[in-house]
Design a protein around this ligand. Structure first.
Ligand SMILES: Cc1cc2nc3c(=O)[nH]c(=O)nc-3n(C[C@H](O)[C@H](O)[C@H](O)COP(=O)(O)OP(=O)(O)OC[C@H]3O[C@@H](n4cnc5c(N)ncnc54)[C@H](O)[C@@H]3O)c2cc1C
Length: 461
C-alpha cells in the first residue's frame, strides 16, 4: 500500500508527536525517517557502560501545563517520570555560585564589578517597566540595553554566555524578551492556541506578562524545569509505546522529493518508491524545503534564507566519583573564555554510570567556520583548565556535534508558520514556533498543528 491519510517526514520528537496526534485522531500515518534510529536530538544511547543523552537537557514548562504536558495528558498511554531539575550555578575559580534570580541577586553578584551590577540591575528594571507599558521586547537586543562603553570585559563575557545558552546567538542577536523568558521572569503558554471554541483542557490562562514580583522574589531560574528520570529517550519511548497500529514507521527512508500538483502536496518520494497522502507533515529542517520542492514562491524561499542556526559540541565525561566537584542536582555555567553549560545527569539516575562513576555532559556553542577538531581540542582543554586535576579521574570521553534547534530565536531570524505556501504541507519542529526552547518548542509547534488541522476540519478531537 502506498496511500495513507498522512505522511510525517522525520522521526525526531516533533515528527513522532505529530504522528501520535494524527493516529489518535483516527488517521493512518506513515513516518519516514532517514536514519536507522528514531528520536534524533531527543535520544539516549550507551557508550562504554554509560547512558549518554544527545546533549544535556532541561525540559521546561511541565508543571504549569505547557505544551508537552498537554500532549502527554491527552495523547500518551503513559507519562514518563520527571525529576525536578535542581538549580543553576555559575562556576568560578573559587567554586560554585548561584545564578542570580532577582534584582538583589544581581546587585550582590560579586564576581562582576560593583558598578556593572548596578547597571545590569538598572537595565533590568527599565526593561520590565517598558514591557509593562506595552513595549515589544522581542525587537530589542540585550546588547542595545546596556552601556557597553563603561562595562568590563568580564561582564560582556557573562552576558554573552547567557545569551548563547538561551538563544544560541550572541547578545547582539538575542532579544531582551528571550532573556526574560529564560530567567523565568516572563511566562509563555498555550493561551493563543487554546482560546478557540472547544479548546479547553484546564490549561493555565496566563500569557507573556513580565512579572515584576518575580524580579524581586524569584526563587530559581529553573522554576518549572525537569529532567526525564530514565534519560531523554524515555520521552520518545513513551510516544512510541502510545502509537496505535495505524502508524507505520520506516527507518533508513530518506525523503528525496515532496510531490506537488497545482501547489498542493500529494506525496513524497524516497529511494524505495513514492507514497501518497492527504496531508504531509514535515519535521526536517524547514530551511531545506527548497531542496524537496523546486517551484516554491520566491518570497518564501528568501524568508527561509533568513533562518539562523547555531551548532553545539557536547563532551560527555565518565568521571570517578572521588573527583568531588559535581555533587549537585542541576547545571553549571562557565562564562569566561570558551563558555560551557555542564550537567551531571547521573545524579538524577545512578544507572547512567557504572558503580562509583559519574556522567557529566559539557555543552559548548561552536563556530561552524572553525575546524571541528580544533574546537574539540579547545573545549577539552577548557575542561582540564576549569577543573584542575580532573584528567586523572576521567574514565570515558565521548563527543557529539549537533544542531540543537532548527532555527535560533534570534532578532531578525525567521521562524516558519505551521502552514506553508504549498497546500496540505505543514511544518512542525523547533523552526515552526518561537516559544520556549527545544523539546517544549517542538511540542508547541505540534499543538499549533492540531489547531490548524482542527480549523480545517481534518481532525475533530
Ligand atoms: C546539545 C543539545 C542540547 C539541548 N538542550 C535542550 C534542553 O535543555 N531542553 C530542551 O527542551 N531541548 C534541548 N535541546 C533541543 C531538543 O533536543 C530538540 O529541539 C528536539 O529534540 C528537536 O526535535 P525535532 O523533532 O524538532 O528535530 P530533530 O530531532 O532534528 O528531528 C528531525 C528528524 O528528521 C529527520 N530527517 C531529516 N531529513 C529527512 C529526510 N529527508 N527524510 C526523512 N527524515 C529526515 C532527521 O533524521 C531527524 O530524525 C538540545 C539539543 C541539543 C543537541
Amino acid at each position: 500500500m502506498n496511500k495513507y491519510d498522512s505522511i510525517v517526514v522525520g522521526g525526531g520528537v516533533s515528527g513522532l508527536l505529530s504522528a501520535l496526534v494524527l493516529s489518535k485522531s483516527g488517521k493512518n500515518v506513515l513516518v519516514l525517517e532517514k536514519n536507522n534510529v528514531l528520536g534524533n536530538n531527543c535520544n539516549s544511547y550507551d557508550v562504554d557502560g554509560y547512558q549518554v543523552d544527545t546533549g544535556p537537557h532541561a525540559i521546561t514548562q511541565l508543571r504549569r501545563g505547557g505544551p508537552l504536558t498537554y500532549l502527554m495528558n491527552n495523547y500518551f498511554d503513559y507519562i514518563p517520570a520527571f525529576v525536578d531539575y535542581g538549580n543553576y550555578f555559575i562556576r568560578t575559580e573559587k567554586g560554585l555560585r548561584d545564578v542570580p534570580t532577582t534584582l538583589a541577586g544581581y546587585l550582590t553578584l560579586d564576581i562582576l564589578p560593583g558598578k556593572d551590577r548596578l547597571k545590569i540591575a538598572r537595565a533590568l528594571t527599565k526593561m520590565v517597566l517598558l514591557r509593562r507599558m506595552g513595549k515589544d521586547l522581542s525587537k530589542i537586543s540585550v546588547y542595545e540595553c546596556l552601556p557597553w562603553d563603561i562595562l568590563s570585559s568580564d561582564t560582556a563575557e557573562f552576558v554573552d554566555t547567557f545569551c548563547y545558552f538561551l538563544s544560541g546567538k550572541s547578545m547582539r542577536e538575542t532579544s531582551v524578551q528571550r532573556m526574560f523568558v529564560g530567567g523565568a521572569f516572563v511566562e509563555e503558554n498555550l493561551r493563543d492556541d487554546i482560546k478557540e471554541k472547544g479548546w479547553h483542557h484546564n490549561l493555565h490562562d496566563v500569557v507573556g506578562k513580565v512579572n515584576i514580583g518575580r524580579l524581586l522574589k524569584n526563587k530559581k531560574v529553573s522554576y518549572d524545569q525537569y529532567y526525564p528520570r530514565d534519560g531523554l529517550k524515555a520521552i520518545v519511548n513513551a510516544v512510541l509505546f502510545s502509537l496505535p497500529e495505524t502508524v507505520e514507521i520506516k527507518t533508513n527512508a530518506a525523503v528525496e522529493d515532496i510531490i506537488t500538483e497545482d501547489s498542493t502536496a500529494t506525496g513524497v518520494s524516497t529511494g524505495e518508491g513514492s507514497y501518497y497522502a492527504d496531508k504531509i507533515i514535515y519535521s526536517a529542517f524547514v530551511k531545506d524545503i527548497p531542496e524537496y520542492i523546486r517551484d516554491l514562491p520566491a518570497q518564501y524561499v528568501s524568508q527561509l534564507k533568513m533562518i539562523k542556526q547555531s551548532r553545539t559540541l557536547t563532551i560527555w565525561l565518565g568521571i570517578d566519583e572521588k573527583f568531588g566537584e559535581f555533587n549537585y542536582m542541576g547545571g553549571e555555567v562557565w562564562f569566561r573564555k570558551k563558555a560551557f553549560w555542564a550537567m551531571p545527569i547521573s545524579n538524577y539516575n545512578n544507572n547512567f554510570a557504572p558503580e562509583d562513576k559519574k556522567l557529566v555532559g559539557f555543552m559548548f556553542n561552536i563556530d561552524e567556520s572553525t575546524d571541528y577538531e580544533s574546537e574539540k581540542h579547545d573545549a577539552y582543554e577548557t575542561i582540564l583548565r576549569v577543573y584542575p586535576g580532573i584528567e586523572r579521574f576521567i574514565d570515558m570521553t565521548h563527543y557529539q556535534a549537533t544542531t540543537p534547534e532548527k532555527a535560533a530565536v534570534a532578532i531578525n531570524g525567521f521562524i516558519s508558520d505551521t502552514e506553508t505556501p504549498i497546500k496540505n504541507l505543514y511544518v512542525v519542529g523547533t523552526d515552526a514556533d518561537n516559544r520556549s526552547m527545544g523539546i517544549t518548542r517542538a511540542a508547541y509547534s505540534v499543538v499549533k498543528l492540531i489547531k490548524v488541522l482542527r480549523r480545517e476540519g481534518y481532525i475533530v478531537n
